[in-house]
Design a protein around this ligand. Structure first.
Ligand code: BTN
Length: 256
């Protein structure tokens, strides 16, 4: 199904691992990060992922036909630590734009911090993790609902997720989708490294929250107000009745 030769030849990755089954591509990539003999960027793909992890304590459920992969990158030389927090928003932007190219006309948008959605239903989740120092490596885990159905999904997932093929009503070649995402990602990570990525503007164009009334749960705090988009650091900017708040972490829901 996956074509490692093509994936390597047509993208920026140096090595490709295709696994019939993995518990979690991020877990595997985090383990591999210790091995300095391995070439990077390294693409780790699982045809089936049995214990996918999401942000926080969330799990990532996927079925056959979904795309689940992680990228192991060396960032020490080209991405200073102060720009690491922006990586996860940059990845979200890249996936969103890649999926828009694959499904023109489909209303694909971003929900902070990095969910890609179609009409409020999640099509992609992203989990960026930093292996313990002093490695200077980064793991970017991406799950995209491409050709999978949610018929066998737990009920709580069925109503909140959707796949590209369900909306487009046609199947996609997983190699094509993966390559499209990898190319966009390479471009955006390069722009980020060169400080040429205008995250606020690019996000404003794609974010489904911009101009909407939102509530952000940050630990015990609840911040309510009109979403102004994100700033250059990747913080969500919310105009509240007490002034402008910058949210660097939290769970956001759109209220109106
Ligand atoms: C989220 O939305 O909470 C993030 C979901 C991230 C899922 C992907 S699937 C590939 C990679 N491996 C994992 O275990 N998680 C990420």
């Amino acid at each position: 199904m996956f074509d490692p030769t093509r994936l390597r030849a047509e993208s920026f990755v140096a090595e490709v691992e295709i696994h019939a089954e993995l518990a979690s591509t991020n877990d595997w990539a985090m383990q591999q990060a210790r091995r300095l003999d391995l070439a990077t960027p390294r693409l780790i793909v699982a045809e089936r992922q049995t214990a996918g992890r999401g942000r926080g304590a969330n799990r990532w459920w996927s079925d056959d036909g979904a795309l689940t992969f992680s990228l192991l990158l060396d960032i020490k030389e080209n991405l200073p630590a102060e720009r690491w927090p922006q990586v996860s928003l940059t990845v979200g932007l890249a996936v969103c734009e890649a999926l828009q190219m694959l499904g023109p006309g489909i209303p694909i948008g971003l929900k902070w911090p990095n969910d890609v959605q179609i009409d409020g239903r999640k099509i992609c989740g992203i989990l960026v993790e930093i292996p313990p120092p002093p490695l200077g490596r980064l793991v970017i885990g991406i799950g995209i609902n491409v050709n999978n159905s949610f018929a066998a999904a737990p009920p709580e997932i069925q109503g909140i997720a959707v796949s590209l093929s369900e909306v487009a009503m046609l199947p996609f070649d997983l190699n094509d989708v993966l390559l499209c995402v990898l190319r966009r990602l390479a471009e955006h990570l390069e722009l980020l490294a060169e400080q040429r990525l205008d995250l606020p503007r690019r996000w404003r164009e794609q974010c489904v929250l911009t101009g909407r009334f939102v509530e952000v749960a940050m630990n015990e705090r609840r911040i309510r107000g009109c979403c102004q988009g994100v700033d250059q650091d990747g913080a969500l900017v919310v105009d509240t009745c007490d002034g402008v708040e910058r949210c660097l972490a939290g769970v956001v829901r759109r209220i109106a």
